[in-house]
Design a protein around this ligand. Structure first.
Ligand SMILES: N[C@@H](CCC[C@H](N)C(=O)O)C(=O)O
Length: 283
């Protein structure tokens, strides 16, 4: 049971190659929870299960959150999985494709493997696609009350759902206090990732993130994509944006129809073997 650990700006994932897990279809909820647990397991913000066979792309990938739920897409997860393929010499610097439940993406890896660019797909603000409850509409600047505070939010999908709250100034405390309530708010039937967004200037934004199924994280590629798209949709930024997060920076280019090209780093952390005794712990 070999595992490979990487981080992308402090958003860390464990790659588990199905070839190293004979008899496993995919990690179960219980297995995922204990593997990702920071005290009882190897510790990570999620599991990347692949490469899997797929007719839609060169490689298939499934993404699991630390609570055991499955995500449709992950920007940092895709960069990390691509770096794993590169380290295993399954790909080089030629472009290749990866199929996720949230759509197929195109990947280019810079020589050395430390910087990767991913064409993430298109952002949509359509309530039916995200999904957001209520009549069909673009979810832009709608009111929502959480605990003691009323916010205005925009919702977006890039394969996975996002709730973006623009504010004049942001803090990690906002994400910790309001994130869990927004994640599970009835407006979002499949729950949601949450970003508090501060526009710094027309080329720079700052976000604080609360991830669905993971909690507070230091960086997120799909959150960067959704937040940059919302800032552009509101007319607050241009098309080339640097997203500043507690863990570091991601570059986002917005093309026609809100297509997103994301560029950012990946760092290789460790490789090891999961011991079967790990799975005797229930978390
Ligand atoms: N860290 C990720 C997002 C992972 C999935 C997310 N928690 C979800 O449930 O949609 C990223 O870098 O995009």
């Amino acid at each position: 049971m070999r595992f490979h650990k990487y981080h992308a700006l402090g958003n860390d994932y464990i790659v588990m190659d199905p070839a190293d897990f004979p008899g496993w279809t995919a990690p179960t909820t219980e297995q995922t929870r204990v593997i990702c647990h920071r005290n009882f397991g190897a510790g990570s913000d999620g599991i990347l299960w692949g490469p899997l066979p797929t007719a839609k792309a060169q490689f298939g990938l499934r993404i699991f959150n630390p609570d055991g739920s499955e995500a449709e897409k992950s920007g940092n997860g895709l960069r990390i999985f691509s770096r794993y393929l590169y380290d295993q010499k399954k790909v080089g610097t030629a472009p290749f494709t990866v199929d996720t439940p949230g759509g197929v993406v195109d990947v280019v890896i810079q020589p050395g493997g430390q910087q990767l660019t991913i064409d993430m797909g298109h952002v949509s603000f359509a309530s039916a696609k995200i999904p957001v409850a209520g009549p069909a509409r673009e979810v832009i600047n709608e009111k929502i009350t959480i605990l003691d505070r009323e916010f205005r939010y925009c919702a977006a999908t890039i394969g996975n759902p996002h709730c973006v709250i623009p504010l004049p100034a942001i803090t990690p405390e906002l994400a910790h206090k309001y994130g869990p309530h927004l994640e599970t708010h009835p407006n979002f039937p499949r729950k949601t990732n949450v970003q508090f967004l501060q526009v710094l200037d027309r080329a720079n934004i700052r976000i604080e993130i609360w991830e669905r199924g993971a909690g507070y994280t230091l960086a997120s590629g799909s959150s960067s994509s959704a937040s940059a798209a919302v800032a552009h949709r509101l007319g607050l930024v241009d098309r080339n944006i640097t997203v500043h997060m507690p863990g570091g920076r991601i570059g986002i280019e917005i093309g026609d129809n809100f297509s997103i090209r994301m560029t950012g780093p990946v760092t290789r952390v460790a490789e090891g073997t999961l011991h079967p005794e790990l799975f005797t712990t229930k978390v």
